[in-house]
Design a protein around this ligand. Structure first.
Ligand code: MD3
Ligand code: FE
Length: 207
């Protein structure tokens, strides 16, 4: 029998946030979305819409469109306004878990309806991979998949549920990962169901 193993530097913190903390975070996110609406990102070149809707908060936000592809920018692609500032609660979580002195610049907010998924990919649009990525799950449970630094490497699947936090540091920072499915009606946090994932990232070089 072979052992299923997470990549080194991968920290899974199940139930890190209690229900009250999840609710408070959700209120913060609702305020962000009111100012910076969720939009449908388009894949580079093909212009194929992603099934996930996105927005950001922080000084930089991640986005993709047909013409210019994957990138970070300071403004929302539809409103063209600067992204809302990062809520204090997210900065505090980063400070508690990320073990870097500098604050995160970007928080990508992904919203998954029950039929949404995200294909296997690496997060490599940042100029510095030394800082970890911090991921927070809210709402319905998903099946998450993480492999190694090459697409062909063996991957393991596990569930991420509301309140779970994942920290990707060290070798795991460049691991392939994706969301294979959403399990509808597995959480009562979001009134209309679905899943929200928040990923906090450092984008520019850590001084
Ligand atoms: C493993 N989001 O936005 S978060 C993404 O659940 C993204 O929405 C997924 O992948 C989601 O880019 C996964 C967990 C995560 C984030 C970054 C990682 C896992 C990671 C980077 C390296 C390895
Ligand atoms: Fe990713």
């Amino acid at each position: 029998m072979s052992e299923q193993a997470f990549p080194t530097g991968f920290r899974y913190l199940p139930d890190y946030l209690d229900r009250a903390e999840q609710t408070a975070l959700l209120e913060d996110i609702r305020a962000v979305v009111a100012e910076a609406p969720l939009y449908v990102p388009l894949m580079p070149r093909t212009g194929k819409p992603m099934s996930v809707r996105m927005t950001n908060c922080g000084t930089l936000g991640w986005l993709t469109d047909k013409e210019r592809g994957y990138r970070y920018q300071e403004t929302h692609p539809v409103t063209e306004k600067p992204w809302p500032k990062m809520p204090r609660r997210l900065l505090d979580l980063w400070h508690d878990l990320a073990s870097v002195e500098v604050p995160p610049e970007a928080c990508l907010i992904n919203f998954y309806e029950s039929d949404a998924k995200m294909g296997m990919h690496q997060d490599r649009d940042e100029a510095d991979f030394s800082a970890p990525v911090l991921s927070i799950s809210l709402g319905d449970t998903c099946l998450f998949r993480v492999g190694g630094q090459e697409r062909k490497d063996k991957a393991v699947s596990f569930k991420l549920k509301s309140g779970d936090v994942v920290l990707l540091a060290g070798d795991s920072r460049l691991a392939f990962h994706g969301v294979s499915r959403i399990y509808p009606d597995t959480s009562t946090l979001l009134k209309n169901g679905g899943r929200i994932n928040l990923t906090l990232r450092r984008v520019t070089p850590v001084p």
